[in-house]
Ligand binder design. Structure first.
Ligand SMILES: Nc1nc2c(ncn2[C@@H]2O[C@H](COP(=O)(O)OP(=O)(O)OP(=O)(O)O)[C@@H](O)[C@H]2O)c(=O)[nH]1
Ligand SMILES: [Mg+2]
Length: 258
């Protein structure tokens, strides 16, 4: 079995004792990988941990509801590169050491594109105890970053879970397609408008609306995206919204299931 998932993800997790699945705190279930979790559960000696990143983008009571909900299945931690990153990183390291007695414990990060894996690895690397270097005794020429005085070895390349068989709209939501490459722009806008509250859109753009077309027309006029004869350029307006959404400029989040 050498599909994309197996090649990329399995290669990273096979040497790890603890796998950190990085999730977007705004949409934890949408960024969870069932396939990854099934794979890890096949190994008795590998443990999965969930890490809600971008915690700054959701209200803290929602964050804590998600933690409570997800903790029923796996240990859950959170991070944010916007505030107190080093504190949450320290907390994470301390708790990783509590999950197993094995020393050094080998840890890797896995997640969908754009959830913040590289940011987390960079934050960990800043406080590195030893420079990144290949360690003798481990196969595959992987590089490890030594943490917690050498008690933790972090595999320095994250496993990027490839998207497969997903609709374009899903990919847009996850920031995996740039606005210029989107074919079904209006479907993407419909979806975004169904996720983001009207209050948020009013605060951000000063626009009230009852349907997608009205929203886009108002956006086009406000931003001067007008075509021939002053007709609203709906597509151009759609790209503004999608771009802002993908860059985290529009607040949205999913509530945990009751
Ligand atoms: N607001 C906020 N943005 C974050 C946070 N962490 C990462 N980001 C942003 O999210 C984007 C993606 O971060 P990366 O670290 O590149 O994500 P990645 O998972 O390595 O992405 P790939 O390499 O594409 O798989 C960047 O623009 C980061 O600045 C966070 O905690 N809060
Ligand atoms: Mg990355």
């Amino acid at each position: 079995m050498t599909d994309k998932f197996t090649r990329i993800v399995y290669n990273v997790i096979k040497d790890a004792d603890i796998i950190i699945e990085v999730l977007d705190a705004r949409n934890p279930l949408g960024t969870r990988s069932n396939r990854l979790e099934i794979l890890i559960n096949q190994y008795q000696n590998k443990k999965l941990v969930l890490l809600l990143n971008k915690a700054d983008l959701i209200p803290s009571e929602i964050l804590h509801q998600w933690i409570r909900f997800l903790s029923k299945e796996y240990p859950v931690f959170y991070t944010s590169d916007r505030y107190g990153f080093q504190n949450s990183i320290r907390f994470l390291k301390k708790n990783i050491l509590k999950l197993t007695k094995k020393r050094p414990v080998r840890v890797c990060l896995v997640g969908y594109p754009n959830v913040g894996k590289s940011s987390i690895i960079n934050a960990l690397r800043k406080k590195k105890v030893a420079p990144t270097s290949p360690l003798a005794g481990f196969t595959h020429g992987k590089k490890y970053i030594k943490l917690a005085k050498g008690d933790i070895f972090l595999i320095d390349t994250p496993g990027v879970i490839p998207f497969d068989e997903e609709s374009e709209v899903e990919l847009v939501l996850r920031g995996a397609i740039r606005p210029d490459k989107i074919y079904h722009l209006l479907d993407a806008v419909d979806k975004i408008l169904s996720i983001v509250s009207k209050d948020e859109l009013f605060n951000k753009y000063g626009i009230n609306y009852t349907n997608t077309n009205e929203f886009l027309e108002k956006m086009a006029y406000k931003r001067g995206r007008l075509g021939a004869k002053g007709i609203a350029d709906i597509k151009s307006a759609a790209k503004i919204l999608i771009n802002d959404f993908q860059r985290g400029r529009i607040k949205y989040y999913f509530d945990p299931p009751k």
